[in-house]
Ligand binder design. Structure first.
Ligand SMILES: [Zn+2]
Length: 224
């Protein structure tokens, strides 16, 4: 109870949510506000069933103020669209039942353009492909009902090309050192693609947790 009350007290005067531990109720210049924190806060509060401790409408208003002309979202109002930030904002809006603020066709098109000839996805134009974007991009498309807009088999081949055949781990791109971060998002991406259905459990595109766990907890998210 104490923890959830403190989480709720973190909201800043602009209604953006800062990094936990930043105290900016009175002085916003002393804290770091970022739409990633908006997602983390509502995701934790949803799992704790304590979304009532923040002003959800105002938190949504802040995330929507970070939406750009291309349908994407940035760190703060006016910041460049970025796939990781888009995942956070789309996820935050899904948790708060506010996906009517998203333009799925416009944003879906921008996200599909993240797929490169190798099949891998990047986070922004002119960047290299990276397995973790198999999650950030794919999960956002899944929430918006547009996952079929990318070439699934090419992406699956890219993810598998990043796997170390000796250790089984997955790297950011072929030939690089594997790590737990990219292994998680590679495997979660394969689950979203529907690959290896007998071996991989269905993953929830908002929480990156097994669907069966969220069902057991009674936590639901909006999907388009
Ligand atoms: Zn990465």
């Amino acid at each position: 109870m104490i923890i959830t009350q403190r989480l709720g007290s973190q909201m800043s005067p602009s209604y953006g949510l800062p990094r936990f531990g930043d105290h900016c109720t009175l002085n916003q210049t002393k804290c770091e506000i970022d739409t990633r924190f908006s997602f983390c806060a509502v995701a934790c509060l949803a799992l704790l069933k304590r979304l009532d401790v923040i002003n959800v409408d105002k938190a949504v208003e802040y995330v929507v103020s970070c939406k750009n002309f291309d349908g994407g979202f940035g760190v703060r109002p006016g910041s460049e669209s970025h796939s990781g930030q888009i995942y956070c904002c789309v996820g935050m809006l899904a948790i708060t039942n506010s996906l009517h603020h998203v333009d799925p066709d416009l944003l879906g098109w921008w996200l599909c353009e993240r797929q490169l000839p190798s099949g891998g996805l990047n986070g922004r134009p002119e960047k290299l492909p990276d397995v973790c974007y198999s999650w950030w991009v794919l999960a956002s498309l899944k929430v918006m009902g547009r996952i079929h807009w990318i070439d699934k088999s090419k992406l699956e081949r890219f993810i598998l090309a990043c796997q170390d055949e000796e250790t089984g781990g997955i790297a950011d791109r072929p030939g690089d050192i594997v790590d737990p971060f990219h292994t998680l998002f590679g495997v979660a991406g394969l689950s979203l693609l529907g690959s290896y259905k007998n071996q991989l459990k269905a993953v929830n595109p908002v929480f990156c947790m097994p669907e069966e766990t969220l069902t057991r907890l009674g936590v639901r998210t909006q999907l388009l």
